[in-house]
Design a protein around this ligand. Structure first.
Ligand SMILES: NC(=O)c1ccc[n+]([C@@H]2O[C@H](COP(=O)([O-])OP(=O)(O)OC[C@H]3O[C@@H](n4cnc5c(N)ncnc54)[C@H](OP(=O)(O)O)[C@@H]3O)[C@@H](O)[C@H]2O)c1
Length: 252
């Protein structure tokens, strides 16, 4: 028997991270934080906002941005290749882009349901598959962070299809972690409600109710989610296949 101690294989911190939906809200906060942490960041959304353009202009060697609809697989693949040429191979993905919902299930058309599932579940899985295949072909290890939601943990009226997509991504996270055999760490972060364009549909009464039910007494802030995403991408942890809920215990 050998007396040498086996060194555990670790997944190094990501050095080039692709962030979907990095143009505003939580995605923009994640992009900004990763840039500050010295990571190379590629971000896309359908519309590149002035904030995202400003970051790309300020950090031309470190940031690449583009206008891509995640539902256009070919455009997503072209963007990934562009990023590889400009920043190097991608070894981190943050699946953050999503659309919300504000309609009772009985009032949501089949087309609307399909659209939500396409944007929030099918397209992120297709993009992840594309990036993973390229990572593996290059023998790279990496990290995946799926931004899901508290809606996958408990029920909220008006969010049936949306909740289904977030629960789907949490399930995919667990199976990815198993399937990728430790070469790629896959985790979800599931934030509670925070103020953004997506949550603007919630009325003040609903927001007050959520705050009343939250032991920490406030809505989640994107700034409270960002460090968890950074940890999952950059820190040396053995966290894999988990859903980290960030909601001040509102859902407990
Ligand atoms: N806000 C909340 O209370 C809350 C709570 C829990 C979880 N979340 C989750 O947190 C993440 C960020 O949400 P947020 O509140 O920051 O939302 P947001 O402000 O509406 O931002 C969504 C981002 O996704 C992009 N996006 C949407 N559809 C896209 C498409 N077809 N192709 C490419 N990009 C697309 C948007 O840009 P374009 O529209 O220009 O494409 C934008 O950059 C989402 O996954 C959301 O489900 C939000």
């Amino acid at each position: 028997m050998s007396d040498s101690v086996a060194v555990p294989t670790q997944v190094p911190p990501s050095s080039v991270v692709l962030v979907s939906g990095g143009s505003r809200g939580l995605g923009l906060a994640i992009v900004t934080d990763l840039i500050e942490a010295g990571v190379k960041v590629a971000a896309f959304a359908r519309t590149v906002t002035p904030e995202l353009t400003a970051l790309a202009e300020k950090f031309p060697e470190q940031v690449h941005v583009g206008s891509v609809d995640i539902n256009d697989a070919k455009a997503g693949q072209a963007f990934v290749k562009e990023v590889e040429t400009k920043l190097g191979p991608i070894d981190g993905i943050v699946n953050n882009a999503a659309v919300g919902q504000d309609s009772l299930h009985v009032h949501t058309s089949a087309e609307q349901i399909a659209g939500i599932i396409q944007t929030n579940l099918t397209s992120p899985l297709v993009l992840t598959r594309f990036v993973l295949r390229r990572m593996m072909a290059k023998g790279l290890k990496g990290r995946i962070v799926n931004v899901t939601s508290i809606c996958a943990q408990r029920g909220y009226p008006g969010l049936v299809a949306y909740s289904a997509t977030k629960g789907g991504m949490d399930s995919a996270t667990r199976s990815l972690a198993r399937e990728l055999g430790g070469r790629v760490l896959a985790n979800s972060v599931a934030p509670g409600f925070f103020a953004s364009e997506m949550s603007a549909v919630l009325g003040q009464t609903q927001l007050d109710q959520i705050v009343r039910r939250t032991p920490t007494g406030h809505l989640t802030e994107p700034e409270e989610v960002v460090p968890v995403v950074r940890m999952l991408l950059l820190d040396n942890t053995n966290i894999n296949g988990q859903v980290l809920v960030i909601d001040g215990a509102a859902s407990i």
